[in-house]
Design a protein around this ligand. Structure first.
Ligand code: URA
Ligand code: SF4
Length: 200
């Protein structure tokens, strides 16, 4: 099946990877989205954070975590004393997946096949960023790195080792925004980040 591999200049530097990602047609998602949203931040970086996919704002602006979920993430990072600009931020999938409802574009979770198709980009980002710790935000990112059977709720706040990578686990900031008790969900995210920070 199709994936990003033919589009990925392996061994290239970050700038060349990002520019090549703009032409990726490794799965169907490029067709509906406005643009590829590649990861951003310092290269190398001690901390890398991996979300799910760009949202509506990210798709329009071409930058990661610039919408409501990004603002919440910034606030949670600030609460534990991490400046967002210290971290390399990216997503498991580089194109926005959505359905249209009138004028609104509603986020749709990527399928496993789309996450797998996009993985060659994430793998190369990990190579160039060479982080001490990768924090996965939510189940989609966690499964991209830890396998399809990984259960997030059993491991939040933990650091796991896989393929020589150290992977810290927490929820997605969008899950906090959707939570019935938003304050409690936010405090739990901050508590996870505080625990994970010890492994930085
Ligand atoms: N949600 C994500 O997972 N990533 C973004 O970049 C924005 C929202
Ligand atoms: Fe390529 Fe990933 Fe976009 Fe699919 S989602 S076209 S694999 S960059």
């Amino acid at each position: 099946s199709a994936d990003a591999a033919p589009y990925v200049p392996e061994g290239a530097d970050w700038a060349a990877l990002r520019s090549a990602s703009c032409g990726c047609r490794g799965c169907e998602l490029y067709k509906g989205a406005s643009q590829t949203v590649f990861g951003e931040g310092p290269v190398p970086a001690r901390l890398m954070m991996v979300g799910e996919q760009p949202g509506d704002r990210e798709d329009v602006e071409g930058h990661v975590f610039v919408g409501p979920a990004g603002r919440l993430l910034d606030k949670a990072l600030g609460a534990v004393g991490i400046d967002r600009s210290q971290a390399y931020l990216t997503n498991a999938v580089k194109h926005f997946k959505f359905t249209e409802r009138g004028k609104r574009r509603i986020h749709q979770q990527p399928r496993r096949g789309e996450v797998v198709a996009c993985f060659p980009w994430l793998r190369e980002e990990i190579r160039v960023v060479n982080p001490r710790l990768i924090v996965v935000l939510g189940a989609v990112a966690a499964k991209a790195l830890l396998g399809a059977s990984f259960t997030l709720t059993a491991h939040r706040g933990e650091v796991l080792e896989q393929d020589g990578l150290r992977i810290g686990v927490t929820v997605h900031p969008s899950a906090v925004l959707r939570a019935e008790n938003r304050d409690e969900a936010y405090e739990a995210l901050v508590a996870d980040l505080k625990a994970l920070q010890k492994s930085l």
